[in-house]
Design a protein around this ligand. Structure first.
Ligand code: NAD
Ligand code: TYD
Length: 354
């Protein structure tokens, strides 16, 4: 079996669902169920014996080690993290705790478990660390995209904590020989995306008749990748990646935030027209994010050259699937819009005067 951390979050739950749709190899899904973890994402696996869910914190080294020794996974795929840049600005502590200390605890548990495996299993074991392109910092319009050799220059507490975790993973390979793999991916979108992030927030606010908040001038560029493509890339790296290597994963799809929001408004105007006017009328410019990275872009040629992966979805096809999913799953959105989430919205947006 494989041991997945953070498998109740956005990308982790997509990964678990895709994995079990394509393979009968069981998954032990270990997740703390923070505000971002949602077992409703995995409802379709409720009676599936191939999916074992355990609620727990990756900082609990002894608990993780006991599970590894009990279930004997052949790989760990590590998604668990605090993942929202704005939250890291308002409260960095949890990011240091989970992303740095938590990854350290997980590595220590993995090292102990792996060190005691028989030779054949030891050689076959993998620790795959899921990371972000944000560790590379920000690009100017004329800069080449981030490659695996771009120096790390993180600018937010989130990206700094992910950078630290990447370095820890690297050190466990070089120092202890732990068979690690790291992926650094660009911005994902797709089903089960928590509605605090740009794309699901805009869809949800548009349908709710609320303002669509654009930070600053809306000309910040992100490289958007459909989540199913990210999951496929992780499967490929897990199966064929060279030990100790890092692989950049991206969609070759750079877009300014305002263009993304315009695309969403235009699609909703067609699929769910308003009584009068366009969803674009709800766009509201708000105060910029402090330290806001201007541009991310990924050079994903290594992954294509070495492992033959490239994205299957274009932005047009992926965003069409995504908008359709949100229209059909409004109940999921309403469910996650819990009391705690409402408080977050007030905290993040109250001092961003238009
Ligand atoms: P998410 O916030 O949606 O989910 C994170 C999951 O981790 C949740 O289920 C949460 O309950 C769990 N978790 C948090 N702290 C934990 C802890 N201490 N112990 C156990 N579980 C814990 O995040 P996501 O967007 O699915 O991102 C998953 C991973 O992919 C992260 O490592 C993130 O840095 C990375 N990543 C995300 C993106 C993106 O666009 N979302 C892009 C590149 C990389
Ligand atoms: P986000 O989805 O938070 O991802 P990240 O910060 O990891 O790239 O934000 C994507 C972009 O959208 C980023 O440039 C910030 C911007 N943004 C807004 O303009 N308004 C919003 O309300 C949010 C949440 C994000």
């Amino acid at each position: 079996m494989i041991f997945v951390t953070g498998g109740a979050g956005f990308i982790g739950s997509n990964f678990v669902l895709d994995w079990l749709a394509q393979s009968d190899e069981p998954v032990l899904n270990y997740d703390k169920l923070t505000y971002a973890g949602n077992l409703n994402n995995l409802k379709s696996l409720q009676n599936d014996v191939r999916h074992v869910f355990v609620r727990g914190d990756i900082c609990d080294q002894a608990g993780v080690l006991a599970l590894l020794q009990q279930h004997k996974p052949r790989a760990i795929v590590h998604f668990a993290a605090e993942s929202h840049v704005d939250r890291s600005i308002l409260g960095p502590g949890e990011f240091i705790q989970t992303n740095i200390n938590g990854t350290f605890s997980l590595l220590e548990a993995a090292r102990t478990y792996w060190g005691a495996l028989p030779d054949g299993e030891k050689a076959a074991f993998r620790f795959l660390h899921v990371s972000t392109d944000e560790v590379y910092g920000t690009l100017s319009p004329e800069d080449p995209p981030f490659s695996e050799t771009t120096p790390y220059a993180p600018n937010s507490p989130y990206s700094a904590s992910k950078a630290a975790s990447d370095h820890l993973v690297r050190s466990y390979h070089h120092t202890y020989g732990l068979p690690t793999l790291t992926t650094n991916c660009s911005n994902n979108y797709g089903p089960y995306h928590f509605p605090e992030k740009l794309i699901p927030l805009v869809i949800s606010n548009a349908l709710g008749g609320k303002p669509l908040p654009i930070y600053g001038d809306g000309q910040q560029v992100r490289d958007w990748l459909y989540v199913g493509d990210h999951c496929a890339a992780i499967r490929r790296v897990l199966a064929q990646g060279r030990l100790g290597e890092t692989y950049n994963v991206g969609g070759w799809n750079e877009m300014a935030n305002l263009d993304v929001v315009h695309t969403l408004c235009d699609m909703l105007d067609t699929l769910r027209p308003k009584a009068a006017g366009s969803y674009r009328d709800q766009i509201t410019y708000v105060k910029d994010r402090p330290g806001h990275d201007r541009r991310y872009a990924i050079d994903a040629r290594k992954l294509e050259r070495e492992l033959g992966w490239k994205p299957a979805e274009t932005f047009q096809s992926g965003i069409a699937k995504t908008v359709q999913w949100y229209l059909e799953n409004q109940a999921w959105v309403l469910d996650v819009q819990s009391g705690a989430y409402k408080t977050w919205l007030e905290t993040n947006y109250q001092n961003r005067e238009a």
